[in-house]
Structure formats: C-alpha cells, structure tokens
Design a protein around this ligand. Structure first.
Ligand code: PGA
Length: 247
C-alpha cells in the first residue's frame, strides 16, 4: 500500500536552497510508489511548484488563514495557496498552537476554508509530555478531534489526514512506543465512528509524526492503521528523506 511521506521544512531553506533540494530529491524518488509531498515556506511555494511539475512529488503549505480574504496582514488564504499549486495544507501544527496560541476553534475555521478551496488538510493533534504523564492522552485526542472537525460532513473526511504528533516527540529524538501509537489510532477511529459512522472511519487517513528518521521509520510505518509519516528535521536532507520515501 502506498504511504504518505510528508516533509515539513518549517522555517528552513531559501529559494536557492529549496531549488537545490528539489533538484537532488526528484531523481532519488522518481521510482517511489509512495505519496510524497514537501511543505516549504510560503515564499518558496510557487517556485518549488514549478520545479515539481511532471514529478511524483506534491506540494504542501505549512499553514493557512482562517478567513477567505480581507484585512489579515501577514496571512495567506487557501485560495492563494491553491493558485500556486498547493495540494495539501498543514493545520494545527503544535508549533502554531504553542507560539501563536492557536486553538481548535481557529483550526476548525482553517480546515473549513481549506476544504472549500479543494485543499487536502493535514490536521496535527497530539499530547504534551505532562498530558502523557497524567494519562490525559485519550482526552486530548478526543477533544482535538471533536473541536477541530466540528461541523464537518462525513463526505469531507476523505480530504482530512490526521497526523498524530506527540508534542514531546517533535524534534527531541524521543519516540512513543508502538503500542502507544496503536492506542491513539484506536482512539481516533473510535471517535470518528461515534461522531460519524463506521464507514467514515475508512476515509480517514492517519500519519505518525515526531522524530522520524530513515532508521526508526520502519518501526512506525507498518503499524496497522498508519497511512504514513510527517517528517520535520529528517526531511531537510534530500538523501535522508528519499530513503524514507523509497521504503
Ligand atoms: P520532527 O518534526 O520530525 O523534526 O520531530 C515533526 C513535525 O514537527 O512535524
């Protein structure tokens, strides 16, 4: 089964570096059977998109405005993202939640905007270290899902990819146990089942993200119910990212 292999560049790489990256990556992954996407900075999207034409690598953005247009200085709309060739958009990444105090209510609006422009949403959810220690994982995952997906119709779920990213695992080299990821998959599926239906569960894709590299990915990518991985740090090296994309 083809897996989603997504690389979130975060605030790294200027135009020159992004170009060099794509030139190195494309030949390395051209025979990959997986669904590969890279998520460069907003300012590089258009240029990177030109480089990706006729390749098997798709384009994604790291965030989006919750509004359609208007007085939102510094924001980028879903329509703008779509117009430069973006297919996917990350919404609710923990770094946005933490640094910009993004709440599920805002994330919900961002999701609706993105879907209305035909973008596929990568919704990030996950618990903090403290929430894990105090056994709140289920509560956090369920609340995030309920609030972020509020008002969405079952037929929209096929355009939602849920990335389970424990906050304490992002950029730390720390990883959850396989059984912890399995438990979260079960929580997500059960919640979708109760809020929507058993058939809606089949439409929802689930990724794992947090300290994935080309070695440890093998332990996570084949977990039952995992459809792929969202990679930060290790995606910045095209050779390393290609190793994962070619699994
Ligand atoms: P990481 O980041 O792979 O560097 O831990 C993952 C993410 O933030 O999506």
């Amino acid at each position: 089964m083809a897996k989603y292999i997504f690389g979130n560049f975060k605030m790294n790489m200027d135009i020159k570096e992004s170009t060099k990256y794509v030139e190195e990556l494309l030949p390395l992954v051209k025979n990959s059977k997986n669904k590969i996407a890279i998520f460069p900075s907003f300012v590089n999207l258009m240029f990177v998109n030109q480089k990706l034409t006729a390749s098997n690598v798709q384009l994604g953005a790291q965030d989006v405005s919750y509004d359609a247009c208007g007085s939102h200085t510094g924001d980028v709309s879903a329509k703008m993202l779509k117009s430069v060739g973006t297919k996917y958009v990350i919404v609710g990444h923990s770094e946005r939640r933490k640094s910009y105090y993004e709440k599920n209510e805002t994330i919900n609006k961002k999701i609706k905007q993105s879907l209305s422009e035909g973008l596929q949403v990568v919704l990030c959810i996950g618990e903090t270290k403290y929430e894990r220690q105090t056994k709140k994982v289920q509560q956090v995952i369920e609340t995030d899902l309920l609030e972020a997906l509020k008002g969405l119709y079952a037929n929209e779920l096929k355009n939602i990819i849920i990335a389970y990213e424990p906050l304490w695992a992002i950029g730390t080299g720390k990883l959850p146990l396989v059984k912890e990821v399995e438990k979260v998959i079960e929580i997500i599926k059960n919640k979708i089942k109760t809020e929507y239906s058993a058939s809606a569960v089949k439409d929802v894709k689930i990724l794992y993200g947090g300290s994935i590299n080309s070695i440890n990915v093998k332990n996570y990518i084949n977990i039952k119910g995992i459809d792929g991985v969202l990679i930060g740090g290790a995606s910045l090296n095209p050779v390393e990212f290609a190793k994962i994309a070619n699994l």
